[in-house]
Ligand binder design. Structure first.
Ligand code: NAD
Length: 353
C-alpha cells in the first residue's frame, strides 16, 4: 500500500489504495477504544466491513445517516452512541455520513475518522449544515472537523458515473466560489486552482476508466483541496442557492450543485471576470459560465432542476428565499435576477447572464 499525506494543521489526510484497512491504527492514534461506525442505509455493507476491520475496536454500526443531516437522525444516533459507550467516531461514506459524524462530534467532542466515498469535501472543513423544520442552518466550529481522513481510491471505484460527475462538480463549486471570495488570499487562490485543475484533468480519466486508481486518487486530492478552500474562505450566491434548494425543497445535494454551478458563475462573472479567469484558462470558452456549462455537458451532468424534483411553481419561493439574508456576493443579488437564473436552471437552458 502506498501512502501520501497532507497535514492541514487541524486534520491529517492520507491517500492510498487499501488505506481503509488502516482504520484501526487511526482510531488508536486518536486514543479511541470503542468506535461507532456511521453510514447511510445504502452503504451499510461498507460500514460492516469497516467494523470487521476494526475488530475489538468496534463498538457498533449506526447506518441511518441521511442527506442534509436532519437533527432527528442525529438525536437517534446520539442515543445509540451513548448506549454502546462509543469513544470515537468513524464515518464511512459521502457528505451525509460525514455530516452525521460532525453533528455527533459537535454534541460530544468525540474524535473522528472520516473515510470519504464521494468528492463532496465535507471531511476537509470545520463546517456543519443541519436541517430542522425545513431550514438548513450552517455553523462553523473547529471541533466538527474530522481529525484523520483516509482517502482510499478503491472506495470511489464503485461510485456510479452520474454521481462521479455531480460530486466532482460539487467539489469544483467550492473552488470556483473561493476564487472571488471577499477574504481570499494568494494561498486560497492556489488551493482553489489546484482543486479545479485536478477535476478538469482527472474527471474525464475516471469516467473513461472508473477503475483507474491513480486518476481516482488524483480526483480525491482535488476533493481535499476543494474542501480545504471551502473551509477557509466565504462562499457566495452559488452555495446560498444550493442550500435553499436542498434545505427548503429537498433537492439532492450533488445534482443541485452540478446544475446550478454554471448559472451562478455566469451571474457573478459580470462582477468578477478577472477573479474567474483561471476557469477559462483551464477550460477555454468565451466566459467562465459558458465554459463550465460546456464542461458539465461533456461530462454528462444533469442539466435541469425540473428533472431532480423542483416544480415550476416552486421557482418564485426559491428566488425569494435565496435572496433573503444573502451571503456576501461579488454581484448584487435581486429576487428578480435570481428568478431568471433559476428559471433557466430549471428548464435546462444555458446560463442567461
Ligand atoms: P451523500 O453522502 O448524501 O451520498 C448520496 C448517496 O450515495 C447515499 O445513498 C450514499 O450512501 C451513496 N454513496 C456514497 N458514496 C458512494 C459510493 N462510493 N458508491 C455508491 N454509493 C455511494 O452525498 P454527498 O454529495 O457526498 O453529500 C451530500 C451532503 O454533504 C449534503 O448534506 C451536504 O450539505 C453535505 N456537505 C457538507 C459539506 C460541509 O463542509 N459541511 C461539504 C460538502 C457537502
Amino acid at each position: 500500500m502506498s501512502e501520501s499525506m497532507d497535514v492541514a494543521g487541524d486534520g491529517i489526510a492520507t491517500f492510498g489504495p487499501g488505506l481503509r484497512r488502516t482504520v484501526g491504527r487511526a482510531v488508536r492514534d486518536l486514543g479511541g477504544t470503542r468506535a461507532l461506525v456511521l453510514s447511510t442505509p445504502h452503504q451499510s455493507d461498507m460500514a460492516q466491513d469497516t467494523a470487521a476491520d476494526l475488530g475489538d475496536l468496534a463498538a457498533g454500526v449506526f447506518d441511518q445517516a441521511a442527506m442534509h443531516t436532519p437533527v432527528d437522525v442525529t438525536l437517534r444516533a446520539l442515543d445509540h452512541l451513548r448506549a454502546v459507550k462509543a469513544d470515537c467516531l468513524v464515518a464511512v461514506g459521502g457528505g451525509s455520513t460525514i455530516g452525521l459524524g460532525k453533528a455527533l462530534a459537535y454534541r460530544t467532542d468525540l474524535p473522528q475518522v472520516a473515510i470519504p466515498t464521494t468528492y463532496a469535501g465535507s471531511e476537509a472543513t470545520p463546517i456543519l449544515g443541519q436541517t430542522e423544520d425545513g431550514q438548513k442552518i450552517t455553523l462553523t466550529d473547529p471541533k466538527v472537523a474530522p481529525d484523520i481522513v483516509l482517502y482510499d481510491p478503491e472506495l470511489v471505484v464503485g461510485l456510479p458515473a452520474t454521481m462521479t460527475v455531480t460530486s466532482a462538480l460539487n467539489a469544483m463549486a467550492h473552488a470556483a466560489e473561493a476564487l472571488y471570495a471577499a477574504n481570499r488570499t494568494d494561498d486560497s487562490d492556489a488551493q482553489a486552482r489546484a482543486g479545479l485543475d485536478a477535476f478538469v484533468h482527472g474527471l474525464p480519466k475516471v469516467l473513461n476508466d472508473p477503475t483507474d486508481l491513480a486518476a481516482r486518487e488524483a480526483t480525491q486530492k482535488g476533493a481535499w483541496s476543494c474542501g480545504r478552500v471551502l473551509g477557509r474562505v466565504g462562499m457566495a450566491l452559488h452555495h446560498k442557492l444550493c442550500h435553499t434548494l436542498g434545505g427548503s425543497f429537498g433537492l439532492p445535494h450533488a445534482e443541485t450543485h452540478a446544475i446550478v454551478l454554471p448559472h451562478a458563475i455566469a451571474y457573478n462573472a459580470r462582477s468578477a471576470a478577472a477573479e474567474l479567469k483561471p476557469i477559462t484558462d483551464m477550460l477555454g470558452g468565451p466566459d467562465p459560465g459558458t465554459a463550465l456549462h460546456r464542461f458539465a455537458d461533456r461530462m454528462g451532468a444533469p442539466r435541469a432542476l425540473r428533472d431532480i424534483g423542483l416544480g415550476q411553481g416552486d421557482l418564485p419561493r426559491a428566488a425569494k428565499l435565496a435572496s433573503e439574508q444573502p451571503y456576501p456576493n461579488p454581484h448584487p443579488v435581486t429576487e428578480g435576477d435570481l428568478f431568471a437564473l433559476l428559471r433557466a436552471a430549471w428548464a435546462g437552458h444555458a446560463p442567461v447572464f
